[in-house]
Write a protein that binds this ligand. Sequence first.
Ligand SMILES: Nc1ncnc2c1ncn2[C@@H]1O[C@H](COP(=O)(O)OP(=O)(O)OP(=O)(O)O)[C@@H](O)[C@H]1O
Length: 869
Amino acid sequence: MSSSMSTPSASKLARPVPFTPKRKLSLATDSDLTSSDSRLPRSTTPSLLASSKKYKAPLSTESRTRLTNRPAPLFPSTPARSKSSDGTGAVARPKTPGSPRKGTDSPLLTPHVSEMDVSRVDPEEALVDFETVTEVGDISADMDEVDAMLRDDYGKEDKVLVSIRIRPSDNPSAWDVSAGAQPKTIKLQPQHCKSSVNPPQDFRFDEILTGSENKPVYNAVARSHVCAAMDGFNAVIFAYGQTASGKTFTLSGDEDQPGIIPRAMKDVFAYIKRTPTREYLLRCSYLEIYNEAIHDLLAPPSSSVSQPVQIQGTGANVVLTPLREEVVTCLKGVHEVLQRGEGNRRTASTDWNDRSSRSHSVFRLVIESRERGGAGDAEPASGRTTPGFRPPTPGGPRLQARGGRSVQTSVLSLIDLAGSEKATSDKDRTREGKYINTSLLTLGSVISTLAENSAKNKSDHVPFRNSKLTRMLQPSLSGNARISVICTINPDGSAVAESTSTLLFAQRIKRVQLHAQKKEVVDTDALLERYRKEIEELRKRLAEKEASQADGGPVLKRRLSAREQLDESLAMHNLNARIKQLTKLILTSQTVDENKGDESRPASPMKVDFDMSPYQLQQELLAARRELETQATQILSLEAALATRPQLPPDAPEGEKDKLLNEQAKTIRELEIVVKGYEENLGEPLRAVREDVEKEWSQKLEAEVRVRQEKEAWADELVKQLDKERKMRIKLEEERHALAAFVKKFDQLGLGGLVIPPSKLNPPMPTPGGAAAVFAQRQKTKVSQLKEHSMAPLAEAESPVRLATAPIQKSLLEEEWDGGEDVDVSIELEKSAPSISPPKAGLAAAIAARKGSQSPTREILGEKENLPV
Ligand SMILES: Nc1ncnc2c1ncn2[C@@H]1O[C@H](COP(=O)(O)OP(=O)(O)OP(=O)(O)O)[C@@H](O)[C@H]1O
């Protein structure tokens, strides 16, 4: 059956705010992030969400309807943030401390000492039988399905279960899906193919799911893995896909459609309920990988800032430390843990998703279980049976004979990966996007190498260490886990490149070979075993106290002071309470679900001595804290010393140096694989990003070129103008020199006693008002001088040569020079000439004769002396 994914839509409604109220990003600056990502304060910034105006993934009409008609929730909504009692909305401080983990006995790694006052536990409350369970809606609804699952043979699968989930959309789908038939295929519609030569590829997967219902998705892709985890296999379920394609919706869901995590938790308790032959201890942790730093989502904010989580160990023995683990005994407890963790996740509004996960989040449930029936059990198995029970694990009783009892430990990891994305308009989001894409690319290349190794029976190096995500997943990806991958895609034509890339990833991971094994060992470190031992010890002490009281009777009582008697009875009460409390942490089919009113329980790494007085305990606590501080300082200085030490001393043996060189060569190979994977895996979307960037830059370049051309044209014009001006100056200069030379010669010949003052040969700078103004002024002065002196001698004197004898009389030439250097003085002279009245006849004649010629002096000289001009 082939169907298109399009859904008719009348209009695009506003995108509803998704249910998940994840923690928003702080406004930390880029430099903050760079300096210490792990120290990033997780404060919220409402403006980040409010500022989102861009295009976001459109929701289908179907999901919008679902979101507007909400029935009362069956399961407490996973990520909703609870209001504190003071109504501020702040998440209440967790009441319980971190539990110890295997191999983390150091107090530094389990820094949160129990805060719970055990004396307050009501022993009566602890004893609740499974028949008294009232939270029917929580667990029983899915019991039959769990029974059915338990009958299935789910443990033999050695391939990754790969499913595709297509997000509903109002736009026409670009994909043809054949989800009903076998094999289930998905194919790009021909009109969306880039190449008309190659027909679209048929992708085949285990499941192809559509629609907004989360239950069928859970049943198809997760339930078998949850049951496998309960049965002792490590199991990993993760969602992979482009941003806003529905990963968080699939994993966490919302109030109407709880996702895989809440449904899985329900099944965990249902499973315990259906398995009376075993007892369980559950503890969970929640972390995120943000900008390549691991953050504990359950740690109090102060400690998560000061102590980022580190990955220690190698290969299959990867340990995360310090990571808070909380023992959970009921669905409500898990809900509280999830809620707290979700509240601490980093989300932000991006160009594509109002609440985009900016980190990879990992919810881990550690399941310890073992056969029931040995000494120390709080209660014997009731003998009540339910159809569909699994038979007891073969070999269990035999292992008990060796002192401890075999404990099965498995981990169920539920991972919501951040979505691959293009560069976004926001700088911080782009930076996060880079980290996200890089770690996804590393995941892609790890999967590629694993698939290649499986297909060709090779053992090529797998670059697990290239990202925190792959390093953390190394034990599971190496094969010792059952893996289910849900690849989510957006069916729109605009997202074809990203969806194709996701499908290629899905196809590759399908080829990875798994060989998951159950781990059942005599494990004295298992928390379950430690609790059992502690219970036994406490019981022994209680019995001794009771016995000594019974033996001593009134005699003993008389010897003890009233205060001592009070302390004694208090100590016994505490012992009882602690026994009850520890017993309650161990889940059996009878006790599961009985602690419905409690939150997660403490799992104190310390064995508390209840005989101590409160004062003594306080002193001990203080001393322990001091020791802790000293050790922390020591660790810091050791770390600093380690960091500054060269990798190898100069005199290290050659073998060591070779080893280091080999390691470095290995790292280079890994990087090469990453680069190769980079090109292969997400080449398509990144090409698109590159094209976008290239386009933007070529536009900028064109604009720059245009501006430059304009400037060059302007500069050319300026050069031309300057050239013209220079030529004009040269011409004027030549004229000036010619004139000066001529006048000099004129004077040398003694033709008029005209003396050219040196200032005329080096004329002054132009005067304001120009030559005309100066000339007019001088003429005026001259006229007034003429008026003052007698005009007669001048009138009698015909020859201009006489002029030289009158010292106050300037020569015509001088007057001409006063006109300035750049102006044609002859014109000014002509204009001004009539105003000089009454001129001497000879001079007037000379002026008149000069009309039309370039220089009046030349005219005069030409006339009088017949000199060549
Ligand atoms: N199958 C679905 N049915 C209905 N609504 C869906 C479905 N899948 C996704 N959505 C809606 O689409 C929006 C984006 O989904 P979601 O946040 O789960 O994407 P994501 O892949 O986790 O994105 P990111 O990687 O950016 O965190 C949400 O509002 C979600 O409710």
